[in-house]
Ligand binder design. Sequence first.
Ligand code: GDD
Ligand code: MN
Length: 363
Amino acid sequence: MLSLILPTFNEAKNLPELLPKLEEVLKGIPHEIIIVDDDSPDETWRIAQEIGHDIDDIHVIRRVGRRGLSSAVIEGFLSAKGEVLAVMDADGQHDMSVLPRIYESVMRKNGMVIGSRYIEGGSVGEWDERRHLMSRVATSLALKVCRVKVKDPMSGFFAIRRELFHSTAKQLNPKGFKILLDLLVCVPKETLVEEIPFTFSTRLHGESKLSRRVQIEFLEYLYDVTVGRYIPLTFVKYCIVGAFGVVVHVTAYLAFSALIREGGDLTVMGFGLAVIGATEVAIVFNFLLNNAWTFAHARLKGLSAFIGFLKFNGACLFGALANYAVSSYLFTLAWPELSAVIIGAFTGVVWNYTMSKMFAWKD
Ligand code: GDD
Ligand code: MN
């Protein structure tokens, strides 16, 4: 049986054209069609339910409060019954007449079969120069991380054998658009993969959802599967925010101490006050930036942001103490002053990161 997943977001105009043709193409093949819609504002899910009402092999999953092509496809695959799991754009861009060949090829021997734009006989059709360039760059970057090399690792049109998908399901990364690439990163090296050429057409209606955000997610994904295996991206972002935080801290210290000094000498108490004030300014700065950027996937809002902020303060307090304890201990061991300070500061950053992840921004 073939389970064909159609991920949709605002494709209400395309489905009524697409589904009857699809049923025609798939007539000779035992199949089910699973539409996974992310609660589209144009109510694609409703249109799909209406069309599928009298057709047994059409199923609709309406996901509420979630977005993402990869995660929609993964969810569709997980709910599918077929031995062959396939995915296709729901906008008419993928040549559905290739589906029977894709299905037979997986049934015969292959682990995966890709509808390919970059092999002999295939083409990207009418694309502007910008999209061409973007696709070429993305494809060559993608090939560096794939375990199985193919010509079109960024295609959105492919099929995979059921057991192969289920054996990799837990390793998949649901961010963004690159579900095929992610599978090519996770499947065993010896997996047989065939590419079948097709020409990428223009959309029937509506527009592409491949946004700037999706492109950034692609770059983050490349990081995640390379260096990110050892150093998590959130940690790198946390350190970048921390580095800016130091600049904010010093600037705030200079401002506070100038206010307190007022022409005279800075007393020990005045110095302490300026440092405390500057520390709090830096904490507020770090919290806002971490919440908006580093931990954007778990961003806190409203009351929970306020509570998270209090927890973040608590966590930073211990980071400062850890920093102080480590650096002064190294200092008493007669380590060079600067290296004691740097190692101390690093301890503080690692400590703060760990505490923030444990208490403020739980995944
Ligand atoms: N459920 C769901 N959620 N579906 C989505 C989402 C989402 O967040 N974003 C997009 N889709 C659906 C669209 O409705 C469409 O059916 C399909 O996924 C592909 O999205 P398009 O917006 O049409 O993408 P594209 O045509 O620009 O990109 C195509 O080519 C890329 C490579 O050049 C796709 O085939 C990509 O998968 C492919 O990587
Ligand atoms: Mn498309």
